[in-house]
Design a protein around this ligand. Structure first.
Ligand code: NAP
Length: 289
């Protein structure tokens, strides 16, 4: 009889995420071991328990998931977990704090249905400094898309551009912008794609500005909490054409996000050496779409 699939969930938040737990169970995991309030000093012991219990080919029946709402803290746990591995003695792991990797992957896959992802496309990312927005920028930049990175503060938008440019030679693709009153027309001018990744319940783009954007092909709003991040887009929109733009709302993207999240969890149990961060989850999303 095959060993049960065990997912060890490490979360820096005091309470481990119920969302991540339910998705894991729905993705076919037999046992979810949840640890909240995990700090880096505790990772070694927890990961060793997962590495040393099942040997050889059975190692792929145990995997690790790192969630949480503080992305930097979650990334630190990922680093610590990877540092525990040696040779083939390792388990597959996935990082998805705030659902940022799976959500960003779904948004970019949705965009790719309507615009080529390359230098011929210019994208505007609103709320680009949050966990989701930063990853949307990161994935689009890696595809060679020209990006306008938008924050309420130029220093924050510039910091994102610098961070992503350091990852690869994306510097020429990225420009930092702020949201000035009445400035949306200029920001949207020549853009084919807009992704609104602002905080829940905050409108970032007025319906009139979107409707007036002549170059726009696709508009994606990731905010599920009213009011919409892009006014006039309904949460369940899934490529619905409104005023000539393919529109996606948070629930429309969310369906694909859930498919990607399920697929990523399932893939963890196919081998013991996966590390699923934004790029790997996006690659999986392209296959699943
Ligand atoms: N559809 C799905 O499946 C799914 C899954 C996960 C998350 N989400 C949604 O995706 C969105 C992004 O998530 P996140 O965690 O990255 O968001 P977040 O960190 O809460 O916010 C993103 C950015 O929004 C900007 N912002 C915050 N308050 C604002 C305000 N009052 N006015 C204008 N801008 C404001 C901030 O940028 P600046 O301070 O730099 O301006 C912030 O960095 C959220 O709406 C979230 O609910 C959707």
């Amino acid at each position: 009889m095959p060993l049960q699939k065990i997912l060890l969930c490490l979360d820096p938040d005091p309470q481990p995420s119920t969302f991540d737990t339910i998705v894991a169970i729905d993705a076919g995991v037999d046992q979810v071991l949840r640890h909240g309030g995990v700090d880096p000093s505790q990772v070694r012991g927890l990961v060793h328990g997962a590495m040393f219990t099942r040997g050889g080919v059975q190692l792929c029946r145990t995997a690790l998931f790192i969630g949480g709402s503080d992305v930097a803290a979650s990334e630190r746990l990922l680093e610590m977990a990877q540092a525990c591995f040696f040779g083939s003695v390792r388990v597959s792991l996935m990082l998805d704090p705030s659902g940022a990797n799976t959500t960003a992957a779904a948004a970019v896959v949705a965009a790719s249905r309507h615009v080529p992802l390359g230098p011929e496309t210019t994208a505007l990312v609103l709320g680009a400094t949050g966990p989701v927005g930063e990853r949307v920028v990161r994935l689009l930049a890696a595809e060679g898309v020209r990006l306008r990175v938008v924050s309420r503060r130029l220093t924050r938008a510039s910091a994102i551009c610098e961070r992503i440019a350091q990852r690869a030679s994306h510097a020429t693709l990225l420009t930092a912008h702020t949201m000035e009153p009445g400035g949306m027309e200029t920001l949207l001018d020549g853009a084919q794609l807009v992704v609104a990744a602002g905080a829940a319940g905050v409108e970032l783009l007025a319906a009139s500005d979107r409707k007036a954007a002549r170059s726009l092909v696709v508009a994606i709003d990731l905010n599920a909490v009213p009011p919409a991040g892009i006014a006039g887009i309904e949460p369940q929109d899934q490529g619905l054409i409104r005023e000539g733009h393919a529109c996606y709302g948070a629930l429309g993207v969310g369906r694909l996000k859930m498919k990607i999240h399920h697929g990523a969890i399932a893939s963890l149990f196919t081998t013991n050496d996966l590390v699923l961060d934004a790029e790997e989850i996006y690659a999986l999303g392209k296959e699943l779409a």
